[in-house]
Design a protein around this ligand. Structure first.
Ligand code: ZN
Length: 185
């Protein structure tokens, strides 16, 4: 079975950005902050073996002020891939970002509203299978995964499209992170 790839859009096209933001409940400022911070994180990747740099940025549902219903650009958490001479020890950018967010408490109260990933490739690349599962722990399946290539072009798919029929916290009786947001005042 094959699935048609998503369209490639341009981050310099106001209509592409506004259409994407409207579809995924983001502001253009949040979109561009995610792109900029994922790209900046990519530059800090430690990847002497593959030279395949990846940056990731997570937009928490709750900002650093603790208020729900929007999160904030100031709460964006970044990660980059961190390789190791013992190759399997390598950690992807997305999971580095998730780890940082959890330690800072930024996953609490709703998980993340959007994820951006940036690579140096000619076309957008998607998170690996392990990272899709990791993100599923802290994200609703409806959130957008925005994938940027080296030129700032991007594709968007929802997490549930990248990881259909996913196994998440609810399967083990733990509330979905996104459900706790609704319970907030
Ligand atoms: Zn990965």
């Amino acid at each position: 079975m094959t699935t048609a790839p998503p369209p490639i859009l341009s981050s310099t096209s106001p209509s592409d950005v506004s259409t994407t933001c409207a579809a995924h409940n983001l502001t253009p400022a949040e979109f561009h902050a995610l792109r900029e911070q994922a790209t900046a994180a990519k530059a800090r990747a430690y990847c002497p073996y593959s030279n395949f740099r990846v940056g990731a940025a997570l937009l928490p549902a709750v900002g650093k002020d603790g208020k729900g219903g929007g999160g904030g650009i100031d709460a964006i958490v970044c990660g980059a891939n961190v390789e190791n001479a013992s190759y399997p020890v390598t950690t992807c950018a997305e999971r580095v970002a998730v780890g940082r967010a959890v330690v800072d408490g930024l996953h609490a109260g709703g998980g993340f509203r959007a994820v951006a990933v940036a690579t140096d490739t000619d076309a957008p690349d998607s998170p690996c299978g392990m990272c899709r599962q990791c993100l599923r722990e802290f994200c609703d399946v409806k959130i957008p995964i925005i994938m940027f290539d080296k030129n700032g072009n991007f594709s968007v798919l929802r997490l549930g499209e990248l990881l259909p029929l996913s196994f998440g916290p609810q399967a083990l009786g733990v509330p979905e992170p996104s459900k706790s947001l609704a319970a907030q005042p």
